[in-house]
Ligand binder design. Structure first.
Ligand code: C2E
Ligand code: MG
Ligand code: MG
Ligand code: MG
Length: 281
């Protein structure tokens, strides 16, 4: 009986596993198709100066609307690319759209607006990100200082594999931002190891700032750290006018969040943000 139960149990597990593997393999195949058919989108979220009016940057965020499953969360998409062996293809795909946006900005007279691109720890460790990025910028004659690479501190876990790349990016004039700052254990040592130019305060410290003194203290501390180390600080996840005003009072130099602007496709940027900027210029 025990044997039978064991077999049954095993069989059930096996069926579940097979199902999961098939789902995973389907998703990998669909992602491969989406890349080949250019069906993935890259949306852009505005980053503003302290006045909450001067556009200083755009963060590129990948978007995939799966034909049956709907919107796939970016971290799931990145994980699927990894198991499908598509990590480098995905990075190149997103980089092309980032470069295209840099060209659009230049043509709209917004040539000082920086574009930020997220690079996962795995992409950073396994792909020659430095060579690929530097080559594309050169080929398209785009200024390296207008591109920013956003990494997270888990990137430091494989510091041997990434240090040379980060140095090469830095030497080429490309900026490095440490994303989601404050949620890991080793934020301070990561900052040094990863040679960040900029810190993005994780939105868990920003959202709800109005009602939480602890968060206020943490944000003030990070702003002080930024000043001390000569790093620019961006607050992510500004969702309300109250949060915005608190951050302005604290002197937070850069701001990003739904309250200031959601991630949007290029067509929406063209229709809303760019004309306003040109009119103001
Ligand atoms: P992240 O780099 O920290 O990006 C910020 C995330 O917060 C984005 O989610 C953005 O839509 C969301 N967000 C922005 N403002 C607000 C706000 O005011 N409130 C709230 N609740 N959320 C806000 P998204 O696009 O779902 O991306 C999630 C994460 O996936 C990103 O976190 C980033 O780590 C990763 N990711 C996104 N696009 C890419 C990509 O192209 N490549 C790589 N490697 N990773 C990406
Ligand atoms: Mg980011
Ligand atoms: Mg972040
Ligand atoms: Mg994040």
């Amino acid at each position: 009986a025990a044997k039978a139960a064991g077999r049954n149990h095993y069989r059930m597990f096996d069926a579940g596993l097979r199902e999961r593997l098939e789902t995973r393999r389907d998703l990998e195949r669909d992602l491969s198709t989406a890349l080949a058919e250019a069906a993935l989108e890259v949306w852009f979220q505005p980053i503003y100066a302290m006045d909450a009016e001067t556009l200083v940057g755009l963060e590129a965020l990948v978007r995939w609307q799966h034909p049956r499953l709907g919107w796939i969360a970016p971290p799931d998409l990145i994980a699927t690319a990894a198991t499908a062996g598509l990590t480098e293809s995905l990075l190149r795909y997103i980089l092309e759209q980032v470069c295209a946006m840099m060209q659009i900005l230049r043509s709209r007279g917004l040539g000082t607006v920086r574009v930020a691109m997220n690079v996962s720890p795995r992409e950073m460790a396994q792909v020659p990100v430095d060579e690929i990025v530097i080559e594309r910028l050169q080929a398209l004659d785009l200024p390296p200082a207008l591109l920013e690479i956003e990494i997270t501190e888990e990137t430091a876990l494989d510091i041997g594999a990434v240090q040379g790349k980060l140095q090469a990016l830095s030497r080429a004039g490309i900026r490095v931002a440490l994303d989601d700052f404050g949620i890991g254990y080793s934020s301070l040592s990561s900052l040094r190891q990863l040679r960040a130019d900029r810190i993005k305060i994780d939105r868990s410290f920003v959202t709800g700032l109005g009602t939480c003194d602890d968060k206020r203290g943490l944000v003030l501390a990070v702003l002080g750290l930024g000043r001390l180390l000569g790093l620019e600080v961006v607050a992510e996840g500004v969702e309300s006018d109250e949060e915005l005003r608190i951050l302005q009072t604290m002197g937070c130099p850069f701001l990003q969040g739904y309250h200031l602007g959601r991630p949007m496709p290029e067509s929406v940027l063209e229709a809303t943000l760019f004309p306003a900027r040109i009119a103001a210029a």
